[in-house]
Design a protein around this ligand. Structure first.
Ligand SMILES: Cc1cc2nc3c(=O)[nH]c(=O)nc-3n(C[C@H](O)[C@H](O)[C@H](O)COP(=O)(O)OP(=O)(O)OC[C@H]3O[C@@H](n4cnc5c(N)ncnc54)[C@H](O)[C@@H]3O)c2cc1C
Length: 391
């Protein structure tokens, strides 16, 4: 399957241009490949389960080489984790695999293909990890941990307060500053992928929870809401539900753990609002906050493991972050305007789960994107598309 495309992908990999030039552009010029594989007997070549960032970006990467359907349980795309993300682009996040995927995604995010989005996908932000006197040792540790990132600087107390004067004067003794951290416009990135899919004729099924999966010599038979869909291959991009979808297919679970993360938004005193303030993070990940359109977004950086569900914020996490913000800054939170929570789903070891299932045929995993599924989406989807094309 997809042999001619596999060759193109493997050539792309060999000359190590990966995602810095767009694999997608290659495919635009090679629509013939789609005609070659459309003689298959099933309705679709690939059924992608899940329309979040993982499913949408992979649908986009594959859109010109296969007949694709994206199947979504909800009535809108991105209702779960993708729509609840507070995403940043930061190359220091995660282990080596995640850092590498993030760096490989940079060109796409910073210079998207023509026509992909009417607005920029990233905006300047910066990230400042602050330490108290009791956390002073962490400044040295973090600087060593980020030794591969020359732009990262250690800041004195005065430099911290020059950047974030809203901090209480006796709170911080210094910080680690990453000037290259960006805000990502998650909605624009997701919309760009979905529009690209639609323009290429990718079929989208909404209100279609997948409840049965059966495989035989003709391929996969999928019960999705009140629809029956046939496809040669399944991509499992079901986010927090990826283990449940695997179970339906008869595959072994990957022991994915959905973890709740909470965010609140409040309007600060007008004289304290600074739209250019960097994102401020506790050096031990006990909280972070950043400005957003006249508001402050803040999170206790919570990680509460739970079963996949339409997760709601817990009152204790909301109270915790409000108290921390008031203890650390001069902000007064008179009213919390918005509160929400999303599930960040991690595999053991916290790396992504990309690849074909070992025991079930034609079943591809695109899961476990935890807290990095937005900033890695361009390279991750190109990587997964290459594996699928080579299959
Ligand atoms: C507060 C917060 C902050 C974050 N910050 C960052 C950040 O700074 N940088 C970053 O890169 N990432 C960040 N993330 C993580 C990022 O949002 C996720 O990694 C990413 O959105 C995961 O996308 P997904 O497509 O795997 O999951 P989802 O968006 O949840 O999509 C999965 C889809 O599958 C569908 N589905 C499930 N089961 C079925 C079924 N049986 N049938 C049909 N459809 C089904 C669901 O309805 C859902 O729409 C953050 C997340 C949160 C919550």
């Amino acid at each position: 399957m997809f042999s001619s495309l596999a060759k193109q992908y493997s050539n792309a990999k060999k000359i190590d241009i990966w995602f810095s030039f767009s694999l997608i552009d290659i495919r635009r010029e090679n629509n013939y490949a789609r005609d070659q594989i459309s003689s298959m007997s099933t309705d679709f070549d690939i059924a992608i389960i899940g329309s979040g960032m993982a499913g949408a970006s992979l649908g986009y990467a594959l859109r010109n080489i296969a007949r694709i359907v994206i199947i979504e349980a909800e009535s809108v795309a991105g209702y779960h984790t993708t729509g609840r993300s507070a995403a940043f682009y930061t190359e220091t996040y995660g282990g080596p695999a995640v850092r590498s995927l993030t760096t490989q995604s940079k060109d796409f995010l910073f210079t998207p293909p023509a026509g992909f989005s009417d607005v920029p996908l990233v905006y300047a932000r910066g990230a400042l990890h602050i330490a108290t006197s009791r956390q002073a040792h962490r400044l040295t540790e973090m600087l060593a941990e980020y030794a591969d990132f020359p732009a990262i600087q250690r800041l004195s107390r005065d430099e911290v307060y020059a950047l974030v004067p809203v901090l209480k004067p006796d709170y911080s003794i210094g910080g680690i500053y990453d000037p290259d951290c960006k805000d990502i416009d998650v909605a624009a990135l997701h919309a760009g992928y979905l529009c690209g899919c639609r323009q290429a004729g990718v079929d989208m099924l909404y209100d279609a929870p997948v409840t049965k999966l059966k495989h035989d010599s003709a391929g996969w038979h999928i019960k999705a809401g009140d629809r029956e869909v046939n496809a040669a291959m399944i991509v499992n991009a079901a986010g927090a539900w990826a283990d449940s979808v695997a179970t339906l297919a008869g595959a072994q679970k990957k022991h994915l753990t959905p973890m709740r993360r909470t965010v609140i938004s409040f309007r600060p005193q007008p004289d304290l609002y600074d739209s250019t303030m960097p994102m401020v993070l506790d050096i031990d990940d006990r909280f972070y906050f950043k400005p957003d359109a006249g508001h402050i977004w803040a999170s206790p950086a919570d990680e509460t493991s739970m079963a996949a569900c339409d997760v709601q914020p817990d009152e204790i996490d909301i109270a915790t972050i409000a108290a921390r913000i008031e203890a650390v800054t001069h902000f007064k939170i008179s009213r919390i305007e918005r509160r929400w929570a999303g599930l960040r789903t991690f595999a053991p070891g916290r790396g992504p789960v990309f690849g074909f299932d070992e025991s079930v045929p034609d079943f591809f995993w695109c899961a476990g994107q935890g807290g990095f599924g937005i900033q890695t989406a361009p390279a991750a989807s190109a990587h997964c598309a290459a594996l699928i094309a080579a299959h």
